[in-house]
Design a protein around this ligand. Structure first.
Ligand SMILES: Cc1cc2nc3c(=O)[nH]c(=O)nc-3n(C[C@H](O)[C@H](O)[C@H](O)COP(=O)(O)OP(=O)(O)OC[C@H]3O[C@@H](n4cnc5c(N)ncnc54)[C@H](O)[C@@H]3O)c2cc1C
Length: 394
């Protein structure tokens, strides 16, 4: 079953699809379909093509260099681009810190940062979590003290994804211990290549390196690295996390993966019969397909309602992440023994060695493991459920 868009929206979807088919470099597209890592160079190359077409940063208004899409166009753009195998945008700059800058950035910060985020010259990472401050983010301890015209920063961040590729960081720091913990947090933005910063890799169970520990030892950054007002960082973080949760729903990506799952299950046979013809397996695939459709309809209803993402973003995050995990589990079932050999390096990166079994099999082991994270980051699903129940007065 397919959703039918109004005529103008359908024409736009066709235009986006034609652009993706013409402009996506085949190697990048293949890597996306095989769920392999896209390098920063490949990501920048793609961003350059989007900039040239005027479609970079699809969520941005035209006044800041975005395409000025309305909410439905944005949804269509994201969904079609993912379905066609475009690399997912690096969210930290374009969809996380940028919306905060739109609201509270100084004119100088907007003028300097936004154009460089748009071209991906500035590759951001997000320094929020700390050891002991994940779900309970407000208990963060990394301190920043204003000393003349510099902030002096000491502490440790944890799980800082892409810090090893990034040249910029936005982070939450403790600037006051008075009042409620939320009232003493500020947000800073600065280049990550600073004296006193040490980045150490965390190798995750998929065998990959995408996240890090970051240590700050008397790091000094200019006073104007502060975003908005001091001690108001918690409010800005809430705005930013709403956008992160929306992007984690990844409807287009799940549509692409569903197609891949059906293709795999059509090729694999059990007792001479394609797996997809087996009623028990087909039912599981159908259940996920219905849930994905329901997710998209919910997203479209939210778009129709307008306004900033509220508790609906939490709902989309929960359901979208569960669907992503469900898809990887069914792919594992479909590939059966071909999915068993595990080699993180080989599954995640480009290789010219022949794969064992179907071409998609090598990445399935790392993929099922790396997808565990989607119910954890951006605030775990348990925390999302707490937020929803609180909003209902429960
Ligand atoms: C691979 C990876 C990449 C990440 N990337 C980033 C990043 O780039 N930048 C960044 O700042 N952070 C990042 N994170 C951190 C992520 O946001 C946190 O891991 C997440 O918020 C959970 O925090 P925690 O790990 O401290 O777990 P904890 O908060 O210790 O939670 C442990 C478990 O207890 C549950 N729990 C905790 N409190 C409650 C409660 N009140 N009610 C019910 N259940 C509860 C949680 O749901 C979870 O299941 C990343 C994490 C991972 C694993």
């Amino acid at each position: 079953m397919e959703l039918r868009y109004p005529d103008a929206a359908k024409r736009f979807a066709d235009e986006v699809r034609a652009f993706m088919r013409a402009e996506l470099p085949p190697t990048t597209r293949d890597k996306v379909f095989r769920r392999q890592k896209i390098t920063p160079a490949e990501q920048r190359e793609w961003q350059g093509r989007l900039c040239a077409r005027g479609w970079a940063c699809p969520g941005w208004p035209a006044e800041y260099g975005g395409p000025g899409f309305d909410a439905l166009q944005r949804h269509i753009f994201d969904t079609v681009a993912s379905e066609e195998g475009a690399p997912a945008a690096i969210p930290f700059g374009e969809s996380m810190i940028a919306p905060v800058l739109f609201h509270v950035g100084s004119p100088a910060q907007k003028a300097h940062l936004l154009p460089r985020i748009r071209t991906l010259e500035y590759y951001f990472c997000q320094g929020f979590s700390e050891p002991g401050a994940g779900s309970d983010l407000a208990s963060l301890k990394t301190r920043a003290v204003l000393d003349g015209d510099v902030w002096r920063i000491d502490g440790q961040k944890m799980w800082t994804s892409m810090a090893h590729h990034a040249n910029m960081i936005f982070m939450l720091v403790r600037t006051s211990t008075e009042g409620k913990p939320q009232e003493g947090i500020s947000m800073l933005v600065f280049p990550i290549d600073q004296k006193g910063i040490t980045i150490r890799p965390i190798i995750t169970m998929d065998g990959g390196h995408s996240t890090n520990e970051v240590f700050f030892d008397d790091v000094r950054v200019p006073a104007d690295s502060l975003i908005g007002e001091a001690n108001k960082g918690w409010n800005y973080a809430k705005l930013l996390l709403g956008h992160e949760r929306l992007s984690i729903a990844r409807i287009g990506q799940s549509k692409r993966e569903l197609r891949l799952l059906k293709a795999m299950a059509g090729e694999q046979t059990v007792d001479g019969e394609p797996l997809l013809r087996r009623r028990s397996f087909r039912e599981k695939v159908s259940m996920l397909e219905v849930e994905l459709l329901a997710l998209e309809i919910t997203a479209l209803r939210m778009i129709q309602a307008g306004g900033s993402p509220g508790v609906e973003a939490n709902m989309l995050k929960i359901k979208g992440s569960e669907i992503q995990q469900g898809l990887t589990e069914l792919m594992m079932d479909a590939l059966g023994p071909w999915a068993m050999p595990f080699d993180g390096e080989r599954g995640l990166h480009d290789t010219n060695e022949a794969t064992l079994g179907p071409a998609d099999a090598a990445s399935e082991g790392p993929n099922i493991l790396s997808t565990r994270v989607v119910t954890i980051y951006g605030g775990s699903n348990e925390i999302q459920r707490n937020v929803i129940s609180k909003s209902l007065g429960l």
